[in-house]
Design a protein around this ligand. Structure first.
Ligand SMILES: CC(C)(COP(=O)(O)OP(=O)(O)OC[C@H]1O[C@@H](n2cnc3c(N)ncnc32)[C@H](O)[C@@H]1OP(=O)(O)O)[C@@H](O)C(=O)NCCC(=O)NCCS
Length: 99
């Protein structure tokens, strides 16, 4: 949970072994995470994604749809400002609110 950002769960990494991809495993992991008895209520999910990561975009778009929640995109870390041109821009994806 992000300190000082109410009800927001930040997904830092989600990875499925290459041979097990495309079978719904990542979706199952995210669902399981949301079903755990957190001490705080979760109403938003945030993560960061680079523009070229099609699998990740598809995963989080699907999650937003499943939760019937809005998905908003903004810049989290800019290629030039934050990474000195050495890493692609990380887009902040915010999903919610959901129950
Ligand atoms: C992103 C990742 C975790 C997805 O795992 P996965 O178990 O294959 O995902 P799922 O099977 O649950 O798929 C979820 C949705 O994304 C879609 N999807 C998955 N891989 C995709 C791809 N390469 N291109 C387009 N869509 C893709 C699926 O089709 C599914 O949508 P659908 O049910 O509507 O068809 C996996 O590709 C991965 O580990 N990638 C490398 C690590 C990474 O980049 N992680 C994200 C940044 S931390």
């Amino acid at each position: 949970m992000i300190p000082r950002k109410a009800c927001t769960l930040f997904i830092w990494q989600v990875v499925v072994g290459a041979s097990a991809r495309g079978q719904g495993l990542a979706m199952r992991m995210l669902r399981e995470l949301l079903c755990r008895g957190q001490r705080e209520e979760v109403r938003f999910i945030e993560t960061t994604i680079t523009i070229d990561n099609e699998a990740s975009w598809a995963l989080f778009r699907k999650l937003a749809k499943e939760l019937s929640a809005k998905l908003e995109v903004s810049v989290a870390f800019d290629k030039d400002t934050h990474f000195f041109g050495e890493h692609e821009t990380e887009h902040l994806v915010r999903i919610g609110p959901f129950n």
